[in-house]
Design a protein around this ligand. Structure first.
Ligand SMILES: Nc1nc(=O)c2c([nH]1)NC[C@@H]1CN(c3ccc(C(=O)N[C@@H](CCC(=O)O)C(=O)O)cc3)C=[N+]21
Ligand SMILES: [Mg+2]
Length: 295
């Protein structure tokens, strides 16, 4: 079987270019530039890199962006105040508070505090409920990126057996909702599942989101399956730091129809979908301000 390694970087770049065109058109019509706010608490180096990537991509798309960096020891009240202010700001369409938060801060409280209209992560219970009832508005970026890839690689998903490995609120659960909405037969496999391997082996579409380095090898994959690897795990190999997914790429690559690599697969698509959600939020809010043309 000829192997198809899905180039998430290239696809994401194309999506961002398309969105940049759309932003240009909208601003030319007098709409305010879509605005994305990212809030980072603490000094985790991986989080800092992700936030920088998000802002760089937002700028490529022509968005207005604001980063708020709070000290790791900041109070819940200080974080709440920042979010409340962003909720009210007219120049901000999308708000993302980078997770995980330091242990003394409540993620649940922040997820509930971000106004659903600006919740570009799609984590607010209102947006989760809208997705679950087929009224999707803002949906989580990582599964949305997965769906974009599947639309291109598989086309019509109707009747396909999709197996999602992992049941997090961020990836597994919303991924299962979206696949169900697209008329797949959906199985969710998790740590308490009996015989996960044989269930995965039946998948036409296999989404791995467990956070265990290279857990899924060829025994888990049906020949001809499309495999999406959501995991981003830093491991030591031959004394060097290396990023690997939840799938043993080398072992699986020659039996599947298509596979996303790590890095360069789902990660860049997640960020492209964050920009997409910011545009969705901006259009829904529809803030149009008079344009004063300098001459
Ligand atoms: N509120 C919130 N929303 C998020 O969406 C969110 C979050 N918090 N916290 C952290 C995770 C992680 N995440 C990634 C996004 C892109 C890449 C990405 O682009 N990765 C590249 C490069 C990775 C690298 O070189 O380190 C790749 O896979 O090719 C990775 C990870 C979003 N997250
Ligand atoms: Mg996200």
């Amino acid at each position: 079987m000829s192997l198809n390694v899905i180039d998430g970087r290239q696809l994401a770049e194309r999506l961002v270019e398309e969105m940049a065109e759309e932003v240009k058109t909208r601003t030319a019509l007098g709409y305010q530039r879509p605005g994305l706010a990212v809030v980072l608490v603490g000094e985790d180096p991986a989080s800092a890199i992700y936030v920088r990537n998000k802002i760089r991509t937002a700028e490529k798309a022509g968005l207005h962006s604001v980063v708020t960096h709070l000290d790791a020891s900041c109070s819940q009240q200080a974080l709440d105040d920042i979010v409340t202010d962003l909720n009210e700001r007219d120049d901000i369409d999308g708000i993302l508070v980078q997770l995980p938060l330091p242990a003394h801060l409540s993620e649940e409280r922040i997820i509930n505090l971000i106004t659903p209209e600006k919740d570009v992560d799609g984590f607010h219970p209102m947006n989760v409920g809208q997705l679950a009832t087929g009224q999707a508005y803002l949906v989580p970026c990582t599964p949305l990126g997965c769906l974009e890839i599947l639309k291109r690689e598989v086309g019509d998903l109707s009747g396909k057996h999709a197996v999602v490995v992992g049941r997090s609120n961020i990836v597994g659960k919303p991924m299962a909702s979206m696949l169900l909405q697209a008329n797949c037969t959906v199985t969710v496999v998790h740590s308490k599942t009996v015989d996960a391997v044989s269930l995965c082996k039946q998948a036409d579409i296999l989404v791995a989101a467990v956070g265990v380095p290279e857990l899924l090898d060829s025994a888990w994959v049906k020949p001809g399956a499309v495999v999406l690897d959501v995991g981003i795990n830093a491991i030591e190999k031959d004394g060097k730091r290396k990023l690997v997914g939840d799938v043993n790429f080398a072992d699986v690559a020659d039996i599947c129809k298509a596979i996303t690599p790590v890095p360069g697969g789902i990660g860049p698509m997640t960020i492209a979908c964050l920009i997409k959600n910011t545009l969705v939020a901006a259009k829904q809010r529809g803030v149009k301000q008079p344009v004063v043309k300098a001459r």
